[in-house]
Ligand binder design. Structure first.
Ligand SMILES: CC(C)(COP(=O)(O)OP(=O)(O)OC[C@H]1O[C@@H](n2cnc3c(N)ncnc32)[C@H](O)[C@@H]1OP(=O)(O)O)[C@@H](O)C(=O)NCCC(=O)NCCS
Length: 159
C-alpha cells in the first residue's frame, strides 16, 4: 500500500515566448504535454516501474495562459485498478506580478504499469487517508466505468 501524498507532485514552470502560439498566448499543446508529463511522474512514483498513458479524458481550457505566467501543475493519484491507475491533474496560471491565479484546466489520465517485458503489471493499491482522497477514489471509479464502456463501444463499431 502506498499513500497518495507519497507520489503527489507539483511542477511550477514560467511560460516563455517558446511556449507561445501565433496569437502570442501559450499553446494548448504545451499545457497538454505538461499535464501528461506531470501525471506520468506521479504514476511512476506510485508503481516504481515504467508506465504508458492509456487514455486522457476530456480536457477543457477555462482561461488563456499568457507568456510570463507561472504555470502550476498539481498531480496526484485518485484510483488504482489491477494494472492501471487514474491520476488527476489541476493546472493553474499565476500572474506573479499581480498575484492573480486562474484555474486553467483539469484532466484525468489513466496510466498502465509495465513490467520489464513491456506487459501490463500489477500496481500497488493506493491507501486513502483523507476524506478528499476517499471522494476522489469514488468519483474515479465512476469515470473508469464510463471510460471503459466508451472504449469497448468504439471497438464494436469499428470497421
Ligand atoms: C494501454 C495498454 C498497455 C493496454 O494494453 P491491453 O493489452 O489493452 O491491456 P489490458 O486489456 O490487460 O488492460 C490493462 C489495463 O489498462 C486499462 N485500459 C485499457 N485500455 C484503456 C483505455 N482506453 N482507457 C483506460 N484504461 C484502459 C484496462 O482497464 C486495464 O486496467 P486494470 O488492469 O486496472 O483493470 C496498450 O493499449 C498500449 O500499450 N497502448 C499504447 C500506449 C501508448 O503508447 N501511450 C502513449 C505514449 S506513452
Amino acid at each position: 500500500m502506498k499513500k497518495v501524498k507519497d507520489s503527489s507532485v507539483t511542477i511550477v514552470q514560467q511560460m516563455t515566448q517558446a511556449d507561445a502560439n501565433l496569437a502570442g498566448n501559450v499553446h494548448g499543446g504545451t499545457i497538454m504535454k505538461l499535464i501528461d508529463n506531470t501525471g506520468g511522474i506521479v504514476a511512476v512514483r506510485h508503481v516504481g516501474t515504467n508506465v504508458v498513458t492509456a487514455s486522457i479524458d476530456r480536457l477543457d481550457f477555462h482561461h488563456p495562459v499568457f507568456v510570463g505566467d507561472l504555470l502550476k501543475v498539481y498531480a496526484s493519484i485518485n484510483f488504482t485498478g489491477k494494472t492501471s491507475m487514474e491520476i488527476g491533474v489541476r493546472v493553474e496560471a499565476e500572474n506573479f506580478i499581480t498575484g492573480v491565479v486562474r484555474h486553467t484546466a483539469s484532466a484525468y489520465l489513466t496510466y498502465v504499469a509495465l513490467d520489464q517485458h513491456g506487459k501490463p503489471t500489477q500496481v500497488p493499491p493506493v491507501e486513502l487517508v483523507t476524506e478528499d482522497e476517499k471522494r476522489r477514489y469514488c468519483e474515479a471509479q465512476v469515470r473508469r466505468k464510463q471510460r471503459l464502456l466508451v472504449a469497448s463501444s468504439s471497438e464494436v463499431c469499428s470497421t
